[in-house]
Design a binder for this molecule. Structure first.
Ligand SMILES: Cc1ncc(COP(=O)(O)O)c(C=O)c1O
Length: 432
């Protein structure tokens, strides 16, 4: 099935009305600023900015452009209606027709034998590790900057009893294949060594800025895995973004993996849920692991109804997120004064990473200025604009586009960025 057929601009427009970019009262604006500064950050991994106050006075009428993550999307009216009207049953008994439908749609779309609806991407990856690595002392090979390795609390070790060895994540999200091969262990059953079982890849790559894994790389990883009797699991939380960027159906990507985890609750706009897909016997075992982890849900068809819309209608609009991210990246490059370093070739999807060229302006200070209404801003821009972003890995800033952010919102974010840059250089001149 072509990705183009999933497109629904009508749904996009409807969802925009329930979107997150709106005028907000002062308290909400302060809350949003606090989030940028790390006080309520969900991640917090590199988010060490010092708390500061909202700018003087004018935040009451500010616009908020929330670029923290594509997880902040909210379901719009059509999705909420589908949820309200969903037929439901007890899914632990396999009797929820909407979930069964969603799983069938996903399996067909990904060209996998079977699929399973699970509560989150983190649980989905953990179940995959548990099913692929059955024996205590089994080992996964995973990128050192992968979500699975960094942001999932070491669940593979903590809950599955599985050891991880890392390969270096290259800037485009791939690995050096020789290094990957060197990590495969051949000692089993010698009691000194873990047994290599699974190679995990991430597509698109979150920390590396939404990078899309080349199909040739995936083909080579799979060939290596096959050669040594290993399996390949893809953390494809954003694999639909990859499919859109490569203009291929997701199955073209997933033909090179044994199993995949695809989040419905990121750019695809569902409030909850992830699909884990793979061979039929793998999914049968995954059902058992999901139950053991407390992820067996009952009348969750109300959630699956949203997931169905995500898969069937929300993929086409991802292109718009990619375009908006590129527009903002280009504006960073063109900014006068030249404060920012961006690799345009690396802006492939909806996640943008950039650096500040001024050592005296740290990522957290820049994010703080973007997230608050600054002195003189309303006079200069006609309104306060709060743009929420996170300081990110490697002294960079991360901004993520999603269905709550329109081209107009992107222009607002650009205006704000230019204002912050020019204020900063004026302050610097005054200080000299
Ligand atoms: C690449 C990647 N994998 C997995 C996850 C985990 O998804 P969840 O938040 O649903 O547990 C995320 C979340 O941001 C992610 O970016």
């Amino acid at each position: 099935m072509s990705v183009k057929t999933f497109s629904s601009r009508v749904l996009f427009k409807l969802l925009k009305h329930g979107g997150i970019v709106s005028s907000k009262p002062l308290r909400a604006a302060r809350h949003a600023t606090a989030a940028v500064l790390g006080r309520s950050s969900a991640r917090g991994y590199y988010n060490s900015g010092t708390p500061r106050c909202t700018g003087p006075g004018g935040a009451a009428h500010s616009r908020v452009v929330d670029l923290r993550s594509d997880t902040v999307t909210k379901p719009g009216p059509e999705m909420r209606q589908a949820m309200a009207e969903a037929e439901v049953g007890d899914d632990v008994m396999g009797e929820d027709p909407t979930i069964n439908d969603l799983q069938k749609i996903a399996a067909d779309m990904f060209q996998m034998e079977a699929a399973l609806f699970v509560p989150s991407g983190t649980m989905s990856n953990l179940i995959a590790v548990m099913v692929h690595c059955k024996e205590r002392g089994d080992e996964i090979i995973v990128g050192d900057l992968s979500h699975l390795h960094i942001y999932e609390q070491g669940g593979s070790a903590q809950l599955a009893g599985v050891h991880a060895t890392t390969v270096t994540t290259l800037p485009n999200g791939t690995f050096d294949l020789e290094q990957l091969e060197s990590k495969i262990r051949h000692g089993y059953p010698d009691p000194h060594y873990p047994r290599s079982r699974l190679i995990c890849v991430e597509n698109t790559h979150n920390i590396q800025g939404g990078r899309v894994l080349p199909l040739t790389f995936l083909q080579e990883v799979r060939a290596l895995a096959d050669k040594y009797g290993l399996s390949v699991h893809m953390d494809g939380a954003r694999v639909m973004n990859a499919a859109v960027a490569q203009a291929v159906p997701p199955s073209t990507i997933l033909q090179h993996t044994n199993t995949v985890s695809v989040c419905l609750s990121k750019g695809l706009g569902a409030p909850v849920g992830t699909i884990l897909a793979g061979p039929r016997d793998f999914i049968s075992q995954a059902v058992r692991c999901r139950k053991a982890l407390g992820g067996g849900m009952r009348q969750a068809g109300v959630l699956a109804a949203a997931g169905k819309l995500s898969l069937l209608q929300m993929t086409g609009r991802l292109e718009e997120d990619h375009r908006n991210a590129k527009t903002f990246a280009k504006a960073l490059l063109d900014c006068d004064p030249p404060l920012f370093a961006v690799d345009m070739a690396a802006v492939e999807t909806n996640i943008l990473r950039f650096r500040l060229q001024e050592p005296s302006l740290s990522p957290s200070e820049f994010c703080a200025r973007m997230g608050q209404v600054n002195e003189g801003e309303e006079a200069a821009l006609g309104q306060g604009i709060q743009v929420l972003m996170y300081p990110h890995f490697g002294n960079s800033v991360r901004a993520v586009w999603h269905l709550g952010i329109s081209p107009e919102d992107t222009q607002l974010a650009i205006q704000k960025m230019q204002f912050v840059a020019s204020q900063y250089s004026k302050e610097k001149l005054r200080a000299q």
